[in-house]
Design a protein around this ligand. Structure first.
Ligand code: KG4
Ligand code: ZN
Length: 340
């Protein structure tokens, strides 16, 4: 073994994906995710089922990550795991597993904040992907999160805006549910929107002070609109699905871009890095790229597999903390509401 090589095992289990990854000196050499299909039947994540599925998945997922990386566990330098935020039952599975593994191997244990990891995923060494320079703004958008974070340094971050109710992914998923689409509906809405007219229907944007977001009123506005139209024409959804999806997506993107414009104005920072499952949205990607021309932004969009919940982002934070010798003790506890 080359003594220069530092191998970090990352473990993520904060919500409904059980994931494990090995990185070597900041480069991903394996990245395994087991999605839990079970939740689709319920139209959302069921915490108790998620926790049980993590227990079943964690050993095979970690094995696979080591196998794909072509290393054995004795070559690992540290184990990094998601401490929070997330669902308590889910976090406990990854936390206890990681503690035991690090203890058994007698190597450092490193606790990772999931929200920091979504942002620091931009520092994974990946050909063709540039790393942001400090300071930058991070927009983290997923089924569980919506935040604008001012990132001064790797571990010097400040949340300057966040949702006061639903996350932006929920706005997609709940709108999709109203339209009869499968959960999670974000990517389906994105696809359908591509052949629709974004200005066909108008939804009012919520008025929220400063850099915070609110999406629960938006979902209700979609519900009332659909109920009203279906009363007049029972086939309304079917006949207008593309236009409805395009209009929903257009409104959501408008909300995000308005807040980013305000954030860049308030902070004077023009570099924007995005993360989270919703950053897969083609409309958001285009709006951000357009922002480079229109507003002088420099935008960073990571490789898709590092934007949704994954363990490579946990492992890269593990690597950064390993270099700082910032380790956790065996008494570290999972924390459902861990803050940045
Ligand atoms: O990061 P993620 O995989 O898991 C967490 O929620 O933490 O994000 C999942 C969210 C779901 O709400 C899903 O509908 C949304 O990301 N999503 C999208 C797209 N692909 C996934 N939303 C809009 N457009 C997409 N293309
Ligand atoms: Zn996440």
């Amino acid at each position: 073994m080359n003594s220069q090589n530092i191998y970090i095992l990352g473990i993520e289990s904060s919500c409904d994906d059980t994931a494990s990854s090995v990185i070597c000196n900041g480069k991903v050499i394996s990245n395994v995710v087991a999605n839990q299909k079970i939740h689709a039947e319920y139209g959302g994540v069921v915490p108790e089922l998620a926790s049980r599925a993590h227990q079943q998945n964690i050993v095979p997922v970690v094995h696979q990550a080591l196998k794909k990386a072509e290393i054995n566990k004795y070559q690992l330098n540290a184990v990094a795991f998601t401490r929070g935020p997330g669902l308590m039952g889910s976090l406990l599975v990854g936390t206890s597993f990681s503690k035991s593994l690090a203890y058994g191997l007698n190597i450092p244990l490193i606790d990772v904040n999931h929200m920091q990891a979504h942002i620091l995923a931009h520092f994974i060494d990946e050909d063709g992907f540039e790393k942001p320079k400090f300071p930058f703004l991070a927009l983290t958008i997923s089924g569980g999160h919506t935040q604008i974070v001012k990132v001064n340094d790797y571990f010097d971050m400040e949340v300057i805006g966040e949702t006061i109710d639903d996350a932006v992914g929920e706005a997609f998923d709940k709108s999709g549910k109203i339209l009869g689409l499968n959960y999670p509906a974000g990517s389906e809405i994105d696809k359908l929107a591509q052949s629709g007219n974004p200005k066909a229907f108008k939804f009012t944007k919520p008025k929220v002070e400063g850099l915070n977001f609110s999406f629960s009123g938006f979902k209700t506005a979609v519900l009332y609109f659909i109920q009203r139209e279906v009363k007049v024409n029972p086939n309304f959804i079917k006949e207008n699905l593309n236009d409805i999806c395009a209009s929903i997506q257009y409104t959501i993107i408008g909300i995000l871009i308005d807040k980013l414009k305000l954030a860049t104005k308030q902070t004077g920072i023009n570099q924007i890095a995005i993360g989270g499952g919703v950053s897969a949205n083609s409309g958001i990607r285009k709006a951000l790229k357009d922002g480079e021309q229109k507003f002088g932004w420099k935008t960073y969009i990571p490789k898709f597999e590092f934007t949704t919940d994954n363990a490579a982002m946990i492992a890269i934070v593990g690597y950064l903390k390993y270099l700082d010798k910032d380790f956790a003790g065996q008494d570290v506890m999972a924390s459902a509401r861990l803050k940045i």
